[in-house]
Design a protein around this ligand. Structure first.
Ligand code: NDP
Length: 399
């Protein structure tokens, strides 16, 4: 049916590429382009031999003219941005210039301020509309599937949703005292930032990791969960009618938190450049260089993830509660595509989101968050492509 240009060749990109190759009816051809050509070559070597044709290229995704030249050469139907959030706007600019559809998994964040929000990308709405192209924002798991779950709950089970608790549990053990499951820089920026939740029309800020609960996750068991700020709350607060409260919770083990505290206390998580041996370096970027590469965690990580949403609201005048979640096994993911479950749970929805746009099931023009589209074909595709979901109408609640 068509061709996708995948930008990035890291943990998530690898899963996207594998999954596109499993869906060769839609993805006849993919081009993987990233900063480090050797990573593209290594990925291509794992993919060759299937029905989907695979090509590779080198690109600096911070450079709009370079991106435009690449898109004009490859002529993709869609660009799947699984580089870093810093590149969202340059890639969107290149898509605009070449009238190419766009999908990503994380919202834009300026490199010098650890603040992620949608305003920068929402500012492209009119230009994408005028160009007649579609941008699908946040098609990973969270954001991504959590928004699809919300749209599905809204469509099938509720007249009004009053509260959403998004629960992200990773019970995987990689055997290292400290490592992050996706890009360390992005991960640490996210978890050291202030927390927040949405209540009655406003966001209430909390100190980092200051709100903790315990939740007994299906197939995983009880885990400590901490309230974080997370980007999908911003769009869900606008797109789910009648919503009064949204909270995002993530599990963290004690070892991770203790290491993080020490790293913070000694200044290693700072994004302020410092001078070191006559050179400017950013401490967090240096830390990233010495931490294990998330892509290398695959063979070592054992255990499961459970990510889902608990909705409370009303249907036909009666109170209703609904929990929908996916459980993913790190080792099974590794056996299938050579990656751990965090990359897997992000890469599968990125491929599905791109397929939705390419097949015309989801079509703009404009810039859209995932919950703005019909969730049903995406929910079916989750079952088909390795992220089956489960439902409960009487889950334990979080106080
Ligand atoms: P990685 O660090 O493993 O991979 C990022 C890739 O992008 C690398 O190949 C890197 O190249 C490439 N890259 C970085 N800068 C540039 C540039 N200027 N030009 C070209 N390529 C570049 O990250 P992940 O795969 O773990 O994460 C990818 C994305 O997925 C991130 O945006 C992350 O926030 C998002 N994510 C979303 C989740 C969700 O559920 N929504 C969950 C997890 C991640 P190089 O190899 O040279 O460093």
């Amino acid at each position: 049916m068509g061709k996708a240009l995948i930008i990035g060749a890291g943990g998530v990109a690898s899963v996207v590429a594998h999954k596109c190759c499993q869906n060769s009816n839609v993805f006849e051809e993919i081009c993987i382009a990233s900063r480090t050509y050797a990573k593209c070559e290594a990925l291509k070597a794992k993919l060759d031999g299937g029905k989907t044709r695979v090509s590779i290229a080198q690109v600096d995704a911070n450079n709009v003219p370079e991106l435009i030249a690449l898109i004009e050469k490859v002529k993709p139907d869609i660009v799947i941005n699984v580089a870093l959030p810093y590149q969202d706007l340059t890639i969107m600019d290149a898509c605009l210039a070449t009238k190419t559809d766009y999908v990503d998994t994380a919202n834009y964040e300026p490199e010098d301020t650890a603040k992620f929000e949608y305003k920068w990308q929402w500012a492209y709405r009119d230009r994408f509309k005028e160009a007649g192209i579609t941008a699908l924002l946040g098609s990973g798991f969270d954001p991504g599937v959590t928004g699809v779950f919300s749209a599905y709950a809204q469509k099938h089970y509720f007249d009004e949703i009053h509260s959403i608790d998004i629960l992200d549990a990773n019970a995987g053990d990689h055997g290292y005292p400290f490592a992050t499951n996706f890009n360390p820089e992005i991960n640490i920026r996210e978890v050291t930032a202030k927390g927040s939740y949405f209540e009655n029309g406003t966001f209430i800020e909390t100190e980092p990791m200051s709100i903790k609960r315990v939740y007994d996750f299906p197939q995983i068991g009880p885990k400590d969960i901490y309230l974080l700020h997370h980007e999908e709350m911003e769009s869900l607060a606008l797109n789910i009618k009648g919503i009064k409260k949204i909270r995002f919770w993530m599990t963290f083990g004690q070892s991770y938190l203790t290491h993080l505290k020490v790293l913070e206390n000694v200044g290693m998580t700072s994004i302020e450049p410092i001078e070191f041996e006559g050179k400017q370096i950013v401490p967090l970027q240096f830390l990233k260089a010495v931490l294990p590469d998330p892509a290398s965690l695959g063979p070592r990580t054992k255990g499961k993830t459970n990510i889902g949403c608990i909705f409370q609201g009303v249907k036909d005048g009666k109170a209703r509660t609904y929990y929908v979640y996916n459980v993913c096994d790190h080792q099974e993911c590794y056996r299938e595509v050579g990656s751990q479950a965090i990359s897997y749970t992000t890469g599968v929805p990125a491929m599905i989101g791109a397929a939705m746009v390419m097949t015309g099931k989801w079509k703009g023009p404009g810039v859209f968050n995932i919950e703005e589209f019909d969730p049903d074909p995406f929910m079916d595709a989750l079952n088909q492509f390795g992220l089956p979901w489960h439902e409960s109408f009487a889950p334990a609640l979080i106080n």
